[in-house]
Ligand binder design. Sequence first.
Ligand SMILES: Cc1ncc(COP(=O)(O)O)c(C=O)c1O
Length: 387
Amino acid sequence: MDNKLMLMIPGPTPVPEAVLLAMAKHPMGHRTKEFEAIFAECTQDLKWLHQTSHDVLSLAVSGTGAMEAGIINFLSAGDRVLVGDNGKFGERWAEVALAYGLNAEIIKAEWGQPLDSEQFREKLEADTDKQIKAVILVHSETSTGVLNDLETINRHVKAHGEALIMVDAVTSLGATSIPVDEWGIDVVASGSQKAYMMPPGLGFVAVSPKAWVAYKTAKLPRYYLDLGKYSKNAAKNTTPFTPPVNMFFGLQASLQMMKAEGLENVFARHKRLKETTRTAVKALGLPLFAADSAASPAITAVMPPAQLDAQKVRTLMKKRFDIALADGQDHLKGKIFRIGHLGFVCDRDILAAISALEVVLRELGYEGFTPGAGIAAAAKFLAESQS
Ligand SMILES: Cc1ncc(COP(=O)(O)O)c(C=O)c1O
């Protein structure tokens, strides 16, 4: 049947009708009072979502553009930085840092394992002459479904006192609590096509007062991504360049939806979706790639039954049920499949995906579970989580 695509990938994520309809309007001039009012509301609500009273800047970029903006606005070539790398997007941070000539020391962990906060502590404590300018990491590592322990690593950064902390929160912002001001996170990058329930096209960067101090002496070249320009203009409810105005119509609607649901309820929903998915997958006898103690609220990576290529599971899920799951990335291609459960996703979507997965696994000849075991576990978990 046409037009029943169900996106269960970790971005782009499904977009609610209210957001789609808000975007389906004629564009308006961006230097008008009307647009300024929409922009002002979005900026206020972005601060609410980030739990900050400081700048949250909107850029016409994807998540990587927001990450790059973080690097070029607050650092200089040759600066010593620590970069956490336990997956595809940690690797990307390192690539961006190296592309701009930073002296990046990479702290690695195996794909599927969380970053070891102790390694950060040791390096930061040893840096008595305060040469480390920034600690840079991914919060929710989308390639593996691991949630890094941002709170603990940040505590070590705060004990150091000088270094900034820069976080790729592309699949964690809006899926789990990041109290930006309370923790003192300096730079937070995210993108519209994830928990924001929007199409791809907007990137967001939250900036702390401490990062603005670093901005004054940072020497990397910047123009379109010069965050100072965005901040100055945002104070007047406008943007330095033509913004994607229709995306702001959508952002206004999506943030209104999140506010109506309530921040704590949004986080609780993502936690429930994660736990339901993991409970059901375990009941099917399939190993999870990340441990429960370090599981992302946004995405669950699953290992297929032995001898079965994950690609076959994904292909049949798409063909039989029009449910899109994500492949593994790089060396994990075909070795894992990833179930996205962030943004406009509800309990019903998980029940549908698990039921479909049972059928697909059966059709592919996997008999390691009693039919209905996954869905029974999910139903039980959901029922009990309501009581
Ligand atoms: C954790 C993380 N960081 C960065 C990105 C890159 O975002 P984009 O593809 O929007 O540039 C992604 C995209 O999936 C991501 O999941």
